[in-house]
Design a protein around this ligand. Structure first.
Ligand SMILES: [Mg+2]
Length: 351
């Protein structure tokens, strides 16, 4: 990671807390007009004008959410921001500001934090959000990154998890399962490396799913695409924990059931071939894998024509009366399999 750099590493204590924050945040320009006051005062000031303020926070802990054995620090910084922006996008809002807090043990030098903040800066630039605050502190063990994201939206355009009605169409953006399968490859190659550090990792041909895992993107582009189609979803959520779990959240909050069709679940070819290689059912990776950060939403059946041939959207099912429950309709049969957030492995493993 950093050990092979020839330069001397700088202990965090050399800069002190205030010097450190100043050093890490000096290359973050302000691009949002709603940011009225940023880092340097006691608090930031945001002018929402006539819009609603949407706020979400998410924490990533070393050993729980990431493994520094194979996750580069720059990617970690980028991903920590993206997963929060995804939650703002899931409200049909536009992310505008973030606050970042980092706790590190003294095994991390200043240069490690610089790497993390370079990833954060990349995400801020890509998504046009301002870093307006945060904190750094020491921890006894490990690295923890907490990001709070702020977004703005017109009240009439905000989309909650709770608005789906029976017969609404269930739609997903992009493709699913890739991030989980990318993680399986990273873990496989990492254990090969731990067993024999001279072995070269075999990463060729897995680029797409490795990127889905290490450098996911938030679908902040979808809000504009839906506006162009003149579609306001009736409910929406982002896919952080796997399709099955998110469908159940929409079901719970909207008081409807869902039927989803296994054969409709969009998957990339690399995801399908990697699932085959690992002897997993591809649908299992989509249903239970998580971390795809695509959006899952419902639309009125009257919006079918607007959605059906759009390259970003796939209709994977529909809402039913709540009493009917939540089911996966298996590929090539009409078998109804109750949708649960867990327990898929036993059914969906190929053997
Ligand atoms: Mg979410």
């Amino acid at each position: 990671m950093l050990e092979d750099k020839s330069q001397e590493l700088t202990p965090i204590s050399k800069l002190g807390e205030f010097g450190l924050i100043k050093h890490l945040t000096e290359n973050f320009p302000i691009v949002q007009s709603s940011t009225k006051l940023s880092i340097g005062d006691d608090a930031a000031v945001i002018d929402a004008e006539n819009q609603k303020v949407v706020v979400s926070t998410d924490m990533l802990a070393e050993g729980i959410h990431f493994n520094l054995g194979y996750v580069p620090l720059k990617h970690l910084g980028y991903k920590a921001v993206v997963v929060n922006l995804s939650d703002i996008a899931a409200m049909n809002a536009t992310p505008t500001q973030i606050l970042v807090s980092v706790a590190v043990s003294n095994r991390f030098p200043v240069e490690a934090l610089e790497e993390i903040y370079s990833g954060i800066a990349l995400a801020c630039n890509r998504y046009k959000v301002d870093l307006v605050g945060g904190d750094t502190t020491s921890s006894n063990a490990g690295l923890v990154i907490s990001v709070t994201a702020i977004g703005l939206a017109d009240d009439a355009k905000l989309v909650k998890r709770s608005g789906a009605k029976p017969n609404d169409l269930l739609v997903v953006t992009g493709d699913l399962g890739g991030a989980y399968l990318g993680l399986q490859i990273l873990e496989r190659e990492h254990s090969v490396y731990l067993a024999n550090p001279n072995m070269q990792p075999e990463m060729e041909g897995y680029d797409y799913i490795l990127e889905r895992q290490l450098k996911p993107e938030a679908r902040t582009d979808i809000k504009k695409k839906l506006e162009e189609l003149d579609v306001i979803p009736t409910s929406m959520i982002d896919i952080s924990d796997g399709l099955a779990s998110e469908v159940l959240h929409l079901s719970d909050q909207s008081k409807v059931g869902f039927n989803i069709y296994e054969e409709k679940i969009p998957m990339d070819e690399t995801s399908i071939s990697t699932a085959d290689e690992l002897n997993l059912n591809p649908a299992m990776a989509a249903l239970n894998g998580g971390e795809d950060y695509e959006l899952l939403f419902t639309v009125s059946p009257s919006d079918f024509d607007k959605i059906k041939n759009h390259p970003d959207f796939t209709i994977i099912g529909h809402a039913t009366e709540a009493a009917q429950g939540n089911f996966l309709i298996a590929r090539g049969s009409n078998q109804l399999i109750p949708l649960t957030a867990q327990g898929w492995d036993a059914f969906l493993n190929k053997d």
